[in-house]
Design a protein around this ligand. Structure first.
Ligand SMILES: Cc1ncc(COP(=O)(O)O)c(C=O)c1O
Length: 395
């Protein structure tokens, strides 16, 4: 286990040391060691491109089997171990959006059926649901969650309250993008199961940020990213499907594997660069080298300390109890910072281009909010710098 997290860790990344990077959650940041592993895979591909991409990658083809396990299956086995799944229930794909598309596009829906989402759903997920619904004459029912939220049970009740006779699926976040709240996924899933409603989890921020045991959550599908909190290169994600939910599950891009069943249909795709997916085990290895628990404890602890500092300095309040956040916290800026998305954008750009601080700012509920990501290369001084820079700009 490596100790001494904080700024001293920065040289294990290519991140510009002149920038205070408080935005790990947006697209992740890949450690140097993981990029080196990806480069080694690319070099290996280029030595014998057709052998690698046609024979070894998905393990399909005629003649003598080349390997016991294809390269994708071998990488999937490591990812499966990391997220508490069986390898046969998991496929690697570019990102959470792709996994969500696979599930929603594979649903069989009739006119008048409903897809249940919450008002915290990520934009690309909400758009996918709207697209799928419109094509089938179905509709999206968006539940407004109580916010500020006092306790996880309130989220459970709100989602359960949105279930109606035509609900065919509930799509919930594991950790939301804008509000950074960790949903009580198992509890929500239990309520949905009791009503016969399958659950798709958008786990874009889950793996690595929180300990994950997908098979025990009681959900039907889990689409996760590895390039955010599991240190994998971009793009790397996975889709887990419960054994009973695999039969009619199709890859969103139809290719050679179509009709071959799960997981081969997803593995046997058209020509692409698989190096990020194949290097995702190197990201997991990096996380394990630092110590999964140690990383989470640093990140969660820093996020909470940061929240204490920022609420004190900015005179605002968290909109959920600290225990409902993980490695990211979202909190409102003082009202005088403005209210619109363009106010948020102006301040975000000024912080980056003039103050050298990269942080996510957005408008939500009529106020500007900051979402602060805490990663092992950050310490409280970074958040203090953010606090002072914001106050200097808004007066
Ligand atoms: C909650 C949530 N869902 C989905 C996504 C989409 O991730 P990706 O673009 O990697 O598919 C994000 C990205 O930040 C997210 O925050």
């Amino acid at each position: 286990m490596v100790t001494g997290f904080g700024r001293a860790m920065l040289d294990r990344w290519l991140l510009d040391p002149d920038i205070i990077y408080l935005n790990h959650g947006t697209v992740g940041a890949t450690p140097r060691a993981v990029l080196a592993a990806q480069t080694a895979i690319r070099d290996e591909i280029e030595r014998q491109p057709s052998r690698f991409l046609l024979r070894e990658l998905a393990g399909v083809g005629v003649g003598v089997p080349r390997r016991d396990s294809s390269r994708l299956r071998a990488a999937a086995a490591v990812v499966a171990g990391f997220v508490g799944a069986r390898v046969e229930d998991l496929v690697l794909l570019d990102n959470a959006t792709t996994g969500v598309n696979a599930v929603l596009q594979s649903l069989s829906l009739a006119e008048g059926d409903e897809l249940l989402l919450t008002d915290h759903a990520y934009g690309s997920v909400a758009r996918t649901a709207a697209f799928v619904a419109a094509r089938r004459g179905a509709r999206v029912r968006t539940v407004t969650l109580p916010f500020p939220v006092r306790r996880p049970a309130d989220l459970v009740e709100a989602v359960a309250g949105g279930i109606g006779p035509r609900t065919r699926i509930a799509v919930i976040d594991h950790i939301t993008s804008l509000t950074a709240v960790v949903f009580p996924v198992a509890e929500i899933a239990a309520r949905c199961r009791a009503r016969g409603i399958p659950v798709l989890v958008d786990g874009a921020h889950g793996p690595g940020a929180v300990a994950l045991d997908v098979a025990s959550l009681g959900v039907d599908w889990y689409a996760g990213n590895l390039h955010k909190w599991a240190f994998a290169p971009r793009p790397s994600g996975f889709l887990w499907a419960a054994p009973g939910r695999q039969a009619n599950l199709h890859a969103p891009i139809v290719s050679w594997g179509f009709g071959e069943g799960f997981p081969l249909e997803f593995d046997w795709a058209s020509t692409r660069d698989p190096s990020a997916l194949l290097a995702s085990p190197a990201g997991i290895a990096f996380l394990r080298e630092l110590g999964e628990d140690a990383v989470r404890s640093h990140n969660h602890g820093l996020a909470r300390e940061g929240a204490t500092l920022l609420t004190r300095e900015w005179g605002t309040r968290l909109e959920a109890p600290p225990e409902m956040f993980a490695a990211m916290i979202t909190l409102p800026l003082p009202d005088r910072a403005g209210a619109s998305e363009s106010d948020a954008e102006r301040l975000r750009d000024a912080l980056l281009y003039e103050d050298g601080i990269e942080v996510q700012l957005h408008a939500w509920g009529g106020r500007i909010h900051a979402r602060i990501s805490a990663q092992v290369y950050n310490d409280l001084r970074d958040i203090d710098r953010l606090s002072r820079a914001v106050l200097a700009r808004i007066g």
